[in-house]
Design a protein around this ligand. Structure first.
Ligand code: SAH
Length: 241
């Protein structure tokens, strides 16, 4: 086995020389599924201080410990970008969370719009998808997935200094509408399959922080739109350049 191929997110702040006790799920994954044994190496990260080389100190069926060695990478946080999206069907919602975590979102916020079909979400499951995406893609940061909130309430409390890339399907075919000079905190907003209501569109149009943007001449499904919007934002305003 290649040394330290496995990457594991640990939800506690790590430091060199620490001993970490594993919970039952982590022990099952490392020793039952991945077949690691005492002395084997893996990479661990905490989303706060970076990534470390660790070794299995003790491997049990439902428990175990790791000793944390040298820090291999510092934390590499994404730009200050939130992704707001209206939850759709389960597999497509999972996809949006996974891709937003991979592509560099700082926070992922499911929002209930007027035409959103989903009444509730499983926040813990979505958070686990964000963790898995970071583990698999070499990330050192895990975006927080927030609870489902009404879009109107989110906009009521909208921070004055955070710009909003409002992906408006009625702009399809118009110019992109993003000014690469407007740096700073941002959020992307993607609507549900039914699109935004006229009330929501009017409210967003009146917000000085909002920029209505087009994602090209075709109407995209919400999951595709999320990836397209992240790509555009990251290439114009994010850390891809
Ligand atoms: N049912 C709607 C489309 C909704 S698409 C209609 O037929 O008009 C789902 C979401 O993806 C939209 O709310 C929007 O946020 C985004 N989206 C899809 N295509 C887009 C485009 N070409 N430009 C801007 N946003 C788009």
């Amino acid at each position: 086995m290649v040394e330290a191929k496995i990457r594991l997110y640990l939800g506690q702040t790590l430091g060199e020389g620490q001993t970490v006790r594993l919970d039952a799920d982590q022990a099952h994954y490392l020793f039952g599924v991945m077949r690691l044994g005492t002395g084997d190496a893996l990479l661990v990260f905490d989303g706060v201080s970076g990534e470390y080389l660790a070794r299995v100190a003790d491997a049990g069926k439902r428990t175990g410990t790791l000793s944390v060695g040298v820090r291999t990478r510092p934390l590499q946080p994404p730009p200050d970008l939130w992704v707001l999206f209206a939850p759709i069907k389960k597999a497509r919602t999972d996809f949006i969370v996974e891709k937003a975590a991979e592509m560099g979102a700082a926070r992922i916020c499911p929002v209930q719009t007027e035409f959103t079909n989903a009444e509730r979400i499983r926040r813990d499951r979505l958070q686990a998808h964000a963790v898995e995406a970071a583990e698999q893609c070499g990330g050192t940061f895990v975006p927080e997935v927030t609870e489902l909130e009404r879009l109107s309430a989110v906009l009521d409390a909208w921070p004055r200094d955070r710009r909003l890339m409002f992906c408006d399907e009625t702009c399809a075919g118009a110019g992109l509408g993003l000014d690469g000079a407007e740096t700073g905190p941002w959020a992307i907003l993607i609507g549900p399959e039914g699109g935004f209501s006229d009330t929501e569109r009017a409210r967003l149009a009146a917000m000085p922080q909002a920029r209505a943007v087009s994602l090209g001449p075709r109407i995209l499904r919400a999951d595709t739109a999320a990836v397209a919007a992240l790509t555009l934002w990251q290439s114009r305003l994010g850390d891809w350049s």
